[in-house]
Design a protein around this ligand. Structure first.
Ligand SMILES: Cc1cc2nc3c(=O)[nH]c(=O)nc-3n(C[C@H](O)[C@H](O)[C@H](O)COP(=O)(O)OP(=O)(O)OC[C@H]3O[C@@H](n4cnc5c(N)ncnc54)[C@H](O)[C@@H]3O)c2cc1C
Length: 480
C-alpha cells in the first residue's frame, strides 16, 4: 500500500488527498483547524492558519475545470450547496459569443465563497475511504539522512507522536513551515520572491433584489489612483467586496472601520447600482501585505530532498489581484497526482518531472501574476505620491521578439471571437500548451489588427470623484 502524509487540509490539501485516495493511496491528512472549516456550519471569521479564506475570492475557469475533470462529485456538491456557474456566455457581450464554440463550457467559472468551498471539500474528505484526518499541528519533518540526498519519511506532531509515510506532500499554505524545517536540517530550498505591499480589505454582503450586470465578466472592478475595488459574487446570493490599497497609505487604513468602508463603497462612481444591492454581513476583514513567492525542490538538476513535494501556496503564492491562487494550486495538485500515477518513475525522475512541469507551466502563470502585482504596487505608490500612474503590466507573457504584444492580443480579441477565446483561455489558466504564443495566433492577430482603424490610444485618466485624492480624503475625514 502506498502511503502519503499531507500537511495542510485546506482547499489544495483536501483536493490532493481526494485525488490520491481515489487512486489507491493511504492518505494521512494533517491540519489543526479542521474544526474551524470542515464543519456543517463554519463561522465567517478569520482562522489563524489561513486568515485569507475570509477575503474576497473569485475563481478563474481553471478551478472549475480541475473539479469538473478530476472530482465531478465535488463540482456537483458545490452546485447543490448553492454555488452557481458564471457561464462564458454571461461574461461577454452577445456578439462575442457568436453562436458558441465547442469547449466554451471550459470557460465557465464557479461562484462560491471560500467558506462554502472548504466546507464542501471537507465533507468529501470526511466521506472518502483511504483518508485518515489527524487534527493536530505538525511540528517537524522526519528525515532519513543516511543516503547522499536526505529522504522525507513523515511528519512529527505536537503531542510528540509522528505520522510515517512513503511520501510527504506540503500543502501548508504560504506560511508552510517546511522551508524552515528543511533549513534547520541544512537544506536550503531555492525560491523566487517578488515583493508586493498591497493590503486587502474585504466585507461580505448579501445581494438583495436583481443583481446588476458585472462590468468585467466574472467581477465588478473599479480602479482609482489610491485603491482598486473588486466585487466577486459568491454562493447563495452573497457578494464579497474587496478594496486593495498600498500598505504605506495611512488614509486608506481607515477602511478597516465598517462605516468608512461603506462610505467609500457608496461614493464609488459607476458602482451606484451595486451599492444599493449589497447588504453587509459582519465586519471588514483586513489582510496584507504579502510577497509573491515560488519555491523549488530541485537545484542544478537534482532534488534537494527526496520523497517531498509541494502544492498550493506552499509551492507558489501570488497576490490575489488576478484571482489565480486556487487555480494554480489545483493545477499543481493535479499535475503531481498524474505523475504519481506513473509507476515507471523513480523518486528522482518524479521530482525532476514535477519540477519540469512547474518551470514549463506554473512559472509562466506565476510570472504573469507577479508582474501584475508588482505593477499594482507601483501604481498605488504613484497614486499616493500624486505622480503619473504607470501602465498596467502585460496580461499575457509572450516570448522575446514575438511578432505581437499582449496589448495587440487584447485589442484584436475585442474584434474577433476566436482570438477572444484564445486570450480568455490564457488568462483563465487553461492554456498550459501556450497556444496563445503560437505563430498561428500571432498571424491572426496581425490580420485582425490590419483590418481595424488605428487605435485611438489610451484615453486620459479620469480626474473626477474618488479619482481625486482630496475627494477621497473628504469621504474618509469622519473616520480618522
Ligand atoms: C487576500 C487574498 C485574496 C485571495 N483571493 C483569491 C481569489 O480571488 N482567487 C483565487 O483563486 N485565490 C485567491 N487567493 C489565494 C488563495 O486563497 C490561495 O491560493 C489558497 O488559499 C491556497 O490554498 P492552500 O490549500 O494551498 O493553502 P491554505 O489555504 O493557506 O491552507 C494551508 C493549510 O495548512 C494548515 N497548516 C499550515 N501549517 C500547519 C501545521 N504546521 N500543522 C498543521 N496544519 C498546518 C493551515 O491550518 C491551513 O488549513 C487569495 C489570497 C489572499 C491572501
Amino acid at each position: 500500500m502506498r502511503t502519503v502524509a499531507v500537511l495542510g487540509g485546506s482547499a489544495v490539501g483536501s483536493v490532493t488527498a481526494l485525488l490520491l485516495a481515489r487512486t489507491g493511496w493511504q492518505v494521512t491528512l494533517v491540519d489543526d483547524e479542521f474544526d474551524l472549516f470542515s464543519t456543517p456550519s463554519p463561522q465567517l471569521r478569520a482562522r489563524p492558519g489561513a486568515p485569507h479564506t475570509v477575503q474576497a475570492h473569485g475563481f478563474m475557469a481553471r478551478t472549475l475545470h480541475e473539479l469538473t475533470t478530476r472530482l465531478p462529485d465535488v463540482r456537483q456538491a458545490l452546485l447543490d450547496a448553492g454555488a452557481p456557474l458564471i457561464t462564458f456566455a454571461s461574461m461577454v457581450p452577445p456578439h462575442w459569443v457568436d453562436g458558441g464554440r465547442p469547449g466554451d463550457e471550459q470557460l465557465d467559472c464557479l461562484r462560491v465563497r471560500r467558506l462554502t468551498l472548504d466546507r464542501v471539500l471537507g465533507e468529501a474528505v470526511a466521506g472518502q475511504s483511504g483518508i485518515r484526518r489527524v487534527d493536530s499541528r505538525a511540528t517537524g519533518l522526519l528525515l532519513d539522512e543516511s543516503g547522499p540526498v536526505p529522504t522525507a519519511t513523515g511528519l512529527g506532531l505536537e503531542d510528540g507522536s509522528s505520522v510515517t509515510a512513503g511520501l510527504v506532500i506540503d500543502a501548508g499554505g504560504r506560511r508552510s513551515p517546511i522551508s524552515r524545517w528543511l533549513a534547520d536540517a541544512g537544506i536550503v530550498q531555492p525560491q523566487r520572491v517578488d515583493p508586493c505591499e498591497v493590503i486587502y480589505y474585504t466585507r461580505h454582503h448579501r445581494v438583495v433584489g436583481d443583481a446588476p450586470r458585472l462590468n468585467a465578466g466574472f467581477a465588478q472592478i473599479h480602479q482609482f489612483p489610491s485603491f482598486i475595488s473588486l466585487l466577486f459574487l459568491g454562493d447563495n446570493d452573497t457578494g464579497m467586496l474587496a478594496m486593495s490599497t498600498h500598505g504605506k497609505d495611512p488614509l486608506l487604513k481607515r477602511l478597516r472601520h465598517d462605516a468608512a468602508f461603506s462610505a467609500v463603497m457608496a461614493a464609488m462612481p459607476g458602482f451606484e447600482e451595486w451599492a444599493v444591492a449589497l447588504d453587509p454581513i459582519g465586519s471588514v476583514f483586513c489582510l496584507g501585505a504579502l510577497d509573491n513567492r515560488m519555491r523549488f525542490l530541485v537545484r542544478d538538476g537534482r532534488p534537494v530532498v527526496r520523497g517531498l513535494h509541494q502544492v498550493g501556496d506552499a509551492l507558489c503564492m501570488t497576490n490575489p489581484t488576478r484571482g489565480r491562487g486556487l487555480s494554480m494550486g489545483l493545477a499543481a495538485a493535479g499535475a503531481l497526482c498524474d505523475l504519481l500515477g506513473d509507476e515507471s518513475l523513480d523518486p528522482d525522475d518524479l521530482a525532476l518531472a514535477y519540477d519540469a512541469w512547474q518551470q514549463r507551466v506554473l512559472a509562466i502563470y506565476y510570472r504573469e501574476t507577479a508582474a501584475s502585482d508588482v505593477t499594482l504596487d507601483r501604481q498605488l505608490r504613484a497614486g499616493l505620491a500624486g505622480q503619473a500612474i504607470p501602465r498596467n503590466a502585460p496580461g499575457i507573457e509572450l516570448p522575446e521578439g514575438h511578432p505581437v504584444t499582449s496589448e495587440d492580443l487584447d485589442r484584436a480579441a475585442d474584434a474577433d471571437p476566436d482570438l477572444l477565446r484564445a486570450t480568455f483561455r490564457a488568462t483563465m489558466l487553461l492554456d498550459d500548451e501556450r497556444v496563445i504564443a503560437s505563430e498561428r495566433v500571432a498571424a491572426r492577430t496581425r490580420a485582425v489588427l490590419d483590418a481595424l482603424p488605428p487605435s485611438p490610444g489610451r484615453p486620459p485618466p479620469p480626474t473626477d470623484g474618488l479619482h481625486d485624492r482630496s475627494v477621497l480624503e473628504a469621504v474618509l475625514a469622519p473616520y480618522a
